[in-house]
Design a protein around this ligand. Structure first.
Ligand code: ADP
Ligand code: MG
Ligand code: MG
Length: 478
């Protein structure tokens, strides 16, 4: 069990208690904030967003590997989003049984039928997530968990957490480690992408930029960092619900989107990534209207679909990356190195083989439906149960199977409101933010804009920060 903070610090209860108090105050000072469960839609009651007391060690080589492959993943997502045949083929079996993906796909089809709008500006803001699989020789290899192409969060708060860990390490007498905490500012990079798309849209001063928000807004401060970066550039940035847009939104004959009488240049979806976000049919109407419109969508429907787990599984098949990068064997190799084993559950002999393999050793795998937001995956004996239930039925094609990644546990303290201060065995997940803007055939921007480390107790198989399982962290490069 590795821990770079000396044991005598980790087990000194009085010191830990003092440090935890300082850490929480520092998080509040730095704006590492979240609204509370009791009042998710008001800022009268806020608390610190959950975070680790100490940063977690991450090997430098693996960290740099994750950063350096990001622009290739940006390009990949962008290429997939434009490849009609690929998306159709990859998702054919999934949309037979998964209603949510089917609805998204239907929007995609409808737009194709009507002809794409004149809009040639594409904005992609994504986050590629990884865990470090521990090899037998104790080294670790970078394995991609997924790419989030819609509503990838924590770019704002993770811009503020480095100061908290820098400070706490100093107070703990670890000045040298403190100086090794990396600066990080995904909020600025994501905002740069949004601002670029807004600029390219046209020169009218009245055009607005929309943040589509959820009904429950505990994580509003994460958004606010990006919003304030946009307001600094004098970009009118407005938060809206699907319902608001339904009431006052329309398309003009040129398919320009108007809401409250103002033209919308960019729609940034921080909502719409899971079925529960579409509380009524009007929400779907709005998503379709936006997709039809000339406004830049982040993401557009093709890019949203490119982020499905089914697409991820298909990408891992031999020859598929080559299809998108025919002349770039190095890029292909760099991306493929990060792929874990991914297996189809389509009907047929290959899918049957996957089922047999999973039933024989369920603890080696994760069973994944086409869902986002954490807490949806299936592990261990549950895999057996679910696969037995769907045996011989097309229902199984709603899932994919993935090798389970096993990182080395690291001890840390998870600071969360109203939770006891206890040492936990923890697992971390590294996210890398990508931002790109394309105008027609020209890539105007393609960047890696920062990182996110999230850490959870190893008792939990699944779940992100918003799901109440993981907490914010920072890498300490070793
Ligand atoms: P979501 O889109 O809901 O975030 P993920 O694929 O990221 O779905 O899975 C959610 C969580 O489950 C991850 O944050 C991670 O903790 C865990 N997880 C997912 N895939 C694996 C895997 N292959 N091995 C180990 N843990 C995994
Ligand atoms: Mg996801
Ligand atoms: Mg995830």
């Amino acid at each position: 069990m590795a821990s770079r903070i000396p044991d005598e610090v980790m087990i000194d209860a009085a010191l830990i208690k003092e440090l935890a108090g300082v850490a929480k105050d520092t998080a509040l000072l730095q704006g590492v904030l979240m609204r509370t469960k009791e009042s998710p839609n008001s800022s009268e009651l806020v608390t610190y967003a959950p975070f680790t007391l100490f940063p977690s060690p991450v090997p430098k080589s693996v960290f740099l590997q994750a950063l350096s492959v990001q622009t290739h993943f940006n390009t990949l997502v962008d290429k997939i989003s434009q490849d009609i045949d690929f998306l159709q083929e990859a998702l054919a079996s999934t949309i037979e049984v998964d209603d949510f993906t089917a609805r998204l796909f239907k929007i995609h089809q409808q737009i194709l039928k009507e002809g794409r709008s004149q809009q040639s500006i594409v904005l992609g803001l994504n986050r590629s997530d990884y865990m470090l699989d521990q090899r037998e020789d104790q080294t670790s290899s970078l394995k991609q968990i997924e790419i989030n192409t819609i509503a990838a969060s924590f770019g704002g708060l993770s811009s503020q957490t480095p100061e908290v860990h820098k400070h706490i390490l100093k107070v703990a007498g670890r000045l040298e480690e403190s100086q090794r905490i990396l600066d990080n500012n995904p909020a600025a990079g994501l905002a740069r992408g949004l601002a670029k798309a807004w600029e390219l849209y046209g020169s009218e001063s009245q055009r607005t930029l929309f943040f589509m928000m959820e009904e429950v807004q505990r994580n509003i401060f994460d958004h606010r960092y990006i919003e304030s970066e946009l307001w600094k550039r004098n970009i009118p940035t407005v938060r809206k619900r699907f319902d608001d847009v339904y009431k006052t939104g329309s398309l003009d004959p040129d398919k320009r989107l108007f809401v409250d009488g103002k033209e919308v240049a960019v729609v940034y979806f921080r909502n719409g990534y899971m079925p529960q976000n579409y509380t009524n049919e009007q929400c779907w109407d709005v998503r379709l209207m936006m997709e039809r419109s000339q406004a830049v969508k982040c993401p557009d429907i093709g890019t949203h679909l490119a982020g499905t787990k089914k697409v991820q599984q298909v990408l891992a098949r031999p020859g598929v990356l080559e299809r998108f990068f025919p002349d770039q064997p190095q890029a292909v190799q760099q991306m493929r190195e990060t792929f874990a084993g991914l297996y189809t559950l389509d009907m047929g002999p290959e899918g049957d083989k996957t089922v047999a393999m999973a039933l024989a050793e369920p603890n080696r795998f994760v069973l994944k439906p086409q869902r986002e937001g954490g807490g949806n995956n299936i592990y261990g004996s549950e895999i057996v149960k679910v696969l037995r239930e769907v045996r011989g039925s097309t229902e199984r094609t709603a899932y994919i199977l993935m090798d389970k990644i096993n990182p080395a546990p690291i001890q840390n303290y998870l600071l969360r409101r109203d939770s006891p201060l206890v040492i936990s065995n923890c697992l971390s997940e590294l996210g890398v933010f990508g931002a790109y803007v394309r105008q027609g055939a020209h890539m105007v921007m393609n960047e890696c804009v920062g990182h996110l480390l999230r850490t959870k107790s190893s008792e939990h198989a699944d779940g992100g920060v918003a799901a109440g399982v993981a907490v914010l962290d920072n890498p300490l490069l070793v």
